[in-house]
Design a protein around this ligand. Structure first.
Ligand code: ZN
Length: 306
């Protein structure tokens, strides 16, 4: 059994001696992760097994391909490390031979993949916010353009309704709806313009966060962290004003997002800063060697992707 020697030296692409290959061999690492983003991603997007599609494989491809005694080719998935049975009808569709490992583009794995999934989750959250703010902006704009006739109709409706329910005892059950209509009947143009401006700014801001986070842009992580931190006092103020499930959930989600960005993505120099994060991401994408499959030192051992 080959085990990894612990050591702080980062691997050098193209010159990694076998005993410094990062990441424990797979059979030694059942505790490698509580959940496997690689397996999840392969389940949705399929495996990335280039050795399944080349015409021929040889001994130099042993990190990525194996041929069993009865001639069945197994190809290693570069993302989840599963060995998949290659379909002979696809041989040759990916060229004649595998290029050197250093020239194969590695899919995201490990921390890089986990980060990508979490950032996409936050991006979806921000996209939903952006859509809601955009809808509010559109509704307020329409209202702004037709304020006088709408308020006339609302006042007419309120007069009719109050005359109708005066003797029925239904006043209390309608109070929330009626209260909102009273607000609408009394709202002025200036207030609407403030709401329109605020909703538009939020829609653009959250839309930019969603776009950048989905594409894993560092600027979007900073923008999201700053915006989320900036809104925390407002959220706390609202919560102090009135506690509701929605407000508590919003606060918890935003605290989790902020904590993740600061801690895991190491923004603002935290835990060594984003350079540490980037180094960690590069290391995470290096293909771990398998037992009995360590490349010979002269073969380069070029385990890192581009
Ligand atoms: Zn896979």
């Amino acid at each position: 059994m080959v085990t990894q020697k612990p050591g702080p030296t980062p691997p050098k692409p193209g010159a990694t001696p076998p005993d410094e290959v990062p990441g424990a061999p797979l059979h030694d690492a059942p505790e490698r992760s509580r959940w496997h983003p690689e397996t999840l991603t392969c389940a949705f997007e399929g495996h990335v097994a280039p050795a399944a599609r080349v015409r021929e494989v040889g001994a130099e491809d042993r990190l990525l391909a194996m041929v069993t005694a009865d001639g069945v080719r197994l190809a290693r998935c570069l993302r989840c490390d599963a060995w998949v049975v290659a379909d002979p009808s696809e041989f040759g569709s990916g060229g004649d031979r595998l290029p050197p490992l250093s020239e194969i583009k590695m899919p995201q794995r490990g921390k890089a993949l986990k980060d990508a999934l979490v950032l996409k989750l936050i991006a979806v959250d921000r996209a939903v916010h952006a859509i809601v703010f955009a809808l509010v902006a559109v509704i307020v704009l329409v209202l702004e353009l037709h304020l006088a006739p709408v308020q006339g109709d609302v006042r007419q409706f309120l007069n009719d309704t109050q005359a109708g329910v005066a003797g029925t005892g239904q006043g209390a059950s309608q109070s929330f709806f009626i209260r909102q209509l009273h607000h609408l009947a009394d709202v002025n143009r200036h207030t609407l313009l403030v709401v329109l401006f605020t909703a538009s700014v939020y829609a653009v801001l959250e839309g930019a966060e969603a776009f950048g986070l989905w594409r894993q842009r560092r600027w979007a992580e900073y923008l999201t962290a700053i915006a989320t931190a900036g809104f925390l006092p407002l959220e706390l103020h609202e919560l102090a004003d009135r506690v509701s499930v929605g407000r508590v959930i919003a606060l918890v989600v935003n605290l989790a997002v902020l904590g993740y960005l600061l801690w895991a993505k190491r923004l603002f120099g935290i835990r060594g800063g984003v350079h540490e994060d980037e180094a960690e991401l590069r290391t995470a994408e290096i293909l771990p060697a398998l037992p009995g499959q360590y490349p010979a030192a002269d073969a380069g051992g070029a385990l890192s992707g581009s």
